[in-house]
Ligand binder design. Structure first.
Ligand code: PMP
Ligand code: GLN
Length: 380
């Protein structure tokens, strides 16, 4: 078999979760909540099933869900998307990201990716025959930041796409609303398309607003904006997400979507649509996770781990140079097998495995889980 992705192995999330299970470790590695969603959401889905919403929905997604998504974006970010021609429901954010890349990247096109980067971007670019152009985030004692000048310098006549991720996995940094203007300066006058991964849009802390590209009309006019209900409603296993984009871009997206998945399961879509009528669950999310972030940070404050800022997402990155000089992968493995707390090496998010002496913990866990992990982490 002459395969397309010969170098791709099992994801770091799958490997670390398996190692955690094998060693009975508290799993702060793979990002998913260890608590359940609201019962009302499950009721909404079972109501949708009993009401007979069990056959294929429209290829583009169930109309009530697309309308609920468009209404949410309009109220949160002030941009009006047409639910019929500009919103498409996808099988999680992963499918939305891959489909967006496949529908516009041609062999040889350059795609600018900011590192560290979520692990699905590079394989999707490879499948499209694109050439990744990697721009490393800067990291200092104030944490990670996007080097906008380096991003501008990476643009060439071959640049087709720039991928943005805010709030950012794994670093927990955010793009500020004021930074959107820097991005607009970079792409103005070009044909560059933007792909904005905003799956953690409702997890921004300390009262800071989420810098959705949809807030900026010029950026929205050339952006695929991706989000996921898995993060927002604590249902990562449901795999329902969406992409919002101008109608001309959405039309191209749907050509690939139609023959890739065709559509996404019906009852979840109707259940999500009725649950979304109440904005409270996502409005309460920042306070809910900020409290967990603060609990986790307070628990590590007196330890030998050095905390990096955590402005968004449900991840906390820490430096461990005071504890060990091991590689990140070795240290994460030692944490999992010996200390029995699983973490993710940030090097896994760099194409060349760059080492920074930093690992990522997920704090989307019950308080008792976090307290158990903290008790162990404070012993070293
Ligand atoms: N992008 C980022 C940055 C993520 O962290 C995740 C979830 N781990 C995804 C995309 C994928 O989301 P989904 O599970 O909805 O496919
Ligand atoms: N997005 C999750 C994380 O970063 C994992 C998703 C996955 O397992 N593919 O931990």
């Amino acid at each position: 078999l002459h395969t397309r992705l010969p170098a791709v192995g099992t994801t770091v999330f799958t490997r670390m979760s398996a190692l955690a299970a094998q060693h009975g470790a508290v799993n702060l590695g793979q990002g998913f909540p260890d608590f359940d969603c609201e019962p009302a959401l499950i009721d909404a889905v079972s109501d949708a099933m009993r009401a007979g919403n069990n056959q294929y929905p429209l290829m583009t997604g169930a109309a009530p869900l697309r309308e609920a998504i468009a209404a949410k974006i309009a109220s949160r970010y002030g941009h009006d998307y047409d639910a019929a021609s500009e919103i498409t429901v996808t099988a999680g954010a992963t499918q939305a990201l891959t489909t967006a890349i496949l529908c516009c990247v041609h062999p040889g096109d350059e795609v600018i990716v900011i590192e560290p980067a979520y692990d699905s971007y590079l394989p999707a670019i490879a499948l499209a025959g694109g050439v990744p152009v990697l721009v490393a985030m800067e990291v200092d004692e104030r944490g990670y930041s996007v080097p906008w000048d380096k991003l501008a310098a990476a643009v060439s006549p071959q640049t087709r796409l720039i991928i943005i991720n805010t709030p950012h996995n794994p670093t927990g940094t955010i793009v500020r609303v004021a930074d959107l203007e820097k991005l607009a300066d970079i792409v103005r006058g070009t044909q560059i398309v933007l792909l904005s991964d905003e799956v953690y849009e409702h997890m921004v802390y300390d009262g800071v607003p989420h810098a959705s590209l949809s807030r900026h009309a010029e950026l929205a006019a050339r952006a695929f904006i991706v989000s996921s209900f898995g993060k927002t409603y604590h249902v990562t296993g449901w795999k329902v997400g969406y992409v919002a984009a101008p109608s001309t871009m959405t039309a191209e997206f749907r050509k690939v979507h139609q023959y890739n998945v065709f559509t996404v399961n019906t009852p979840m879509q109707h259940g999500l649509a009725s649950y979304m009528a109440d904005p409270q669950p996502y409005l309460q999310l920042p306070a809910f996770y900020q409290r967990k972030r603060d609990l986790f940070r307070a628990g590590l404050a007196g330890s030998r781990f050095e905390l990096l800022p955590a402005d968004g997402t449900y991840f906390q990155c820490v430096k461990y140079s005071a504890i060990s000089q091991d590689s990140e992968a070795q240290f994460a493995e030692w944490l999992t097998t010996e200390l029995k707390v699983a973490a993710i090496p940030v090097s896994a998010f760099y194409a060349q495995g760059k080492e920074s002496g930093i690992v990522r913990f997920c704090f989307a866990k019950r308080d008792e889980t976090l307290n158990l992990a903290l008790a162990r982490l404070r012993t070293i």
